[in-house]
Design a protein around this ligand. Sequence first.
Ligand code: K75
Ligand code: ZN
Length: 370
Amino acid sequence: MSFEYKLKKNCCDTKARVGELSTPHGKIDTPIFMPVGTKATVKSMSPEELEEIKSQIILSNTYHLYLRPGHELIEEAGGLHEFMNWEHPILTDSGGFQVFSLGDLNEITEKGVTFQSHLDGSKHFISPEKSIEIQMSLGADIIMAFDECAPYPAKRDYVKNSLERTTRWLERCIAAHTRDDQALFGIMQGGMYRDLREESAQQITQFDLPGYAIGGLSVGEPKEEMLEVLDYAPDLLPEDKPRYLMGVGTPFDLFEGVMRGVDMFDCVFPTRIARNGAVFTSHGRITIRNAKFKKDFTPLDHECDCYVCNNYTRGYIRHLIKRNEILGLRLTTYHNLYFLLDMMEKIRQAIKEDRFLEYRAQFYKKYGLE
Ligand SMILES: CC#C[C@H]1NC(N)=Nc2cc3[nH]c(NC)nc3cc21
Ligand SMILES: [Zn+2]
């Protein structure tokens, strides 16, 4: 199995840690943020631009690629790396969450889930085995178990039954997974219930897997509830394996997740808000459409060293976004991803130098988070 996670260093008196995850398509420095490329593209970014901003791994979605263009077509193209010309690591989500959040659910049984496509209403059935079959066809380096995703909020009994089915489905995923050049991660469920989180972690870690994810967060719960779960959930997972917090997050979420021992993150937020002209800067988020930027011929972020900030101004990008010019969303997307990836590099450096808390305090003060 060409997977190895090396925990390199904890930081001072926090749970923040740096590590290195080696995969068949290259090494990943953790903690890491994964740009989301749901339909085999990080919207508006070329692979070369993703390399330029030092993106080490991207995420794609089984649900979307299964519906269109179909995993068989992508397999015929040589797999997802070949199809999208991305030669670095890829992680695919299993479709569990997307079927529950996007698809029109018809039936959930022990066998699997029957749903109607959000694209054309066509009927589909996905089981743990089917999800693994699709992910093996796509050929990502890290694949996710097919989990049963309880809605938020959900009653305790529902969450308990859901986590227990997720564990039974995990066992079926493991049995169906025959590619040894892929790492299968299990997903912890349990909602906002500490005892159910402990039960889920105890069940999924019975299986010796290359990594484990924390599912069921960033599903509409208040920030405080997410942090409450994160105060204990990462520690329920093995220290010597990567811990992946699914669907998170913003600069604040990333700092708080790292501080609680999380190693991997993904989120559509940075790229989604970019397309609407919301931009990260060292001094907080700005909405570039705002009239005050009309004649502002300075960079998006005065402290950013990215290609966009070195070559374009707020006034020009505001003009592009207001006119729905494609270059506008390309520039805001490029900058937002650079901002987050650069922030994660600075976090890794701060952990190595035992000054994570100081860097966090300094970032929060400037960003307006304190
Ligand atoms: C319940 C559950 C669960 C998790 N299960 C799988 N397979 N993927 C996820 C993706 C997520 N994205 C967000 N927020 C944007 N929360 C997520 C949670 C999951
Ligand atoms: Zn920039």
